[in-house]
Design a binder for this molecule. Structure first.
Ligand SMILES: [Zn+2]
Length: 137
């Protein structure tokens, strides 16, 4: 058997693998639409992002500002953050927020809501019913 035919065989085998159902359940978060004006960074689709991940935009903004070591305000659909941040930095922070506050710690699905018990915040999963505390640093 030549190496070429083996590769062909392998390719065929890989392409016939069924797609994992997990991929279709993955949250599609739009990339942050960022413009820098002076020394402010505007995220123009901020409210859209918050609504897709189903979280309070104020809570998301508070997290981003804390992680970025900055301050910011919400103006209608737009978040205005002090300082200059590029799109990839903000996308990474939003991704981190999703990991911490949106995805279920047990089944990793995004169908969750936040609930406060005393001083502690929990992610409660609507898919598997798990309730996981959020450890704030
Ligand atoms: Zn779950």
């Amino acid at each position: 058997m030549t190496s070429v035919s083996y590769e062909d065989m392998l390719k065929r085998a890989l392409s016939s693998l069924p797609r994992k159902p997990l991929q279709s359940e993955r949250l599609k978060i739009p990339s942050a639409d960022v413009i820098v004006v002076g020394n402010r960074t505007l995220v123009r689709n901020f409210r859209e992002i918050a609504s897709i991940i189903n979280r309070d935009p104020e809570h998301l903004l508070k997290f981003l500002c804390k992680e970025a070591g900055s301050a910011g305000t919400l103006k209608d659909d737009i978040a205005e953050i002090h300082g200059r941040f590029d799109r990839s930095t903000l996308n990474k922070l939003i991704e981190r927020y999703v990991q911490n506050f949106v995805l279920c710690k047990v089944c990793m699905r995004p169908d969750t809501h936040l609930k406060k018990y005393g001083r502690f915040l929990y992610i409660e999963c609507d898919a598997c019913g798990a309730s996981s505390p959020i450890i704030s640093r």
